[in-house]
Write a protein that binds this ligand. Structure first.
Ligand SMILES: Cc1cc2nc3c(=O)[nH]c(=O)nc-3n(C[C@H](O)[C@H](O)[C@H](O)COP(=O)(O)O)c2cc1C
Length: 212
């Protein structure tokens, strides 16, 4: 079936693109990406009603982006300090947390990758409910958006520090979101300025245990 082949091609073409050209994607393309996100599943028990999922698009041309980037940068510095003191008393974090600490410190020094380095920064917000599954819902939404971006020839990467901002009144206030009521995640979208090498992907055989 041709649609099956098309889907396989899109799945294989999806990559994290972290460098973008200066060209701004058309608004219609961003709308099509958001439409794909809306089609993603959501937790019906936790989340009913029209306010359940919100998508906020901030263009590089809007000064709001600089404000958001500065707030995230400050937050990354605070999180890095907090994480460092947790590492002092937690051997697991000491061995496993170095990469995360480095990422936080880099974000504090250089600003968050994807907020200002791409034509669009998009925040997906999902209302918190019971059960507490808003982040799973956001991930499905993000994956749909990512695949749609890939199928349109657009580059995409996750900006997952966005999820650390859901309790930040300044960040939420600027996005007109009530602080603490929504789970958040973010992504950056633009035209790709890189073609990352193919990663080594495990085979079906390597990852699967069958009981049949
Ligand atoms: C939960 C999660 C969080 C991620 N956060 C980020 C992020 O903040 N920034 C980023 O550039 N990539 C992020 N990534 C992307 C991964 O690094 C990437 O998907 C992985 O290295 C595989 O590369 P690919 O996306 O090109 O296939 C995240 C991926 C996942 C699943």
């Amino acid at each position: 079936m041709p649609s099956n082949q098309n889907l396989d091609e899109v799945l294989k073409s999806r990559r994290s693109i972290r460098r973008f050209t200066t060209e701004t994607p058309a608004k219609e393309d961003i709308e099509a990406i958001i439409q794909a996100g809306i089609l993603a599943p959501f937790a019906a028990l936790a989340n009913t009603g029209k306010d359940g999922r919100k998508i906020i698009v901030i263009s590089r041309n809007n000064q709001l982006l600089t404000q958001l980037a500065n707030i995230v940068r400050k937050k990354a510095a605070v999180l890095a300090e907090q994480f460092k003191s947790q590492m002092d008393t937690n051997p697991f974090l000491q061995t496993q947390g170095q990469g995360f600490l480095k990422r936080l410190e880099m974000t504090a020094q250089q600003g968050p990758l994807g907020i200002g380095s791409a034509p669009y920064y998009i925040v997906v917000a999902e209302k918190k409910g019971i059960p507490d599954v808003q982040h799973q819902s956001i991930s499905y939404c993000m994956e749909n958006m990512w695949l749609k971006a890939a199928s349109l020839g657009l580059g995409f990467h996750l900006v997952s520090i966005t999820s650390q901002m859901e309790q930040d009144s300044e960040f939420c206030g600027l996005l007109n979101l009530p602080k603490g009521e929504y789970g958040l995640d973010g992504c950056a979208i633009g035209y790709p300025a890189q073609n990352p090498p193919q990663p080594t992907i495990a085979s079906v055989e390597e990852v699967t245990t069958w009981f049949i």
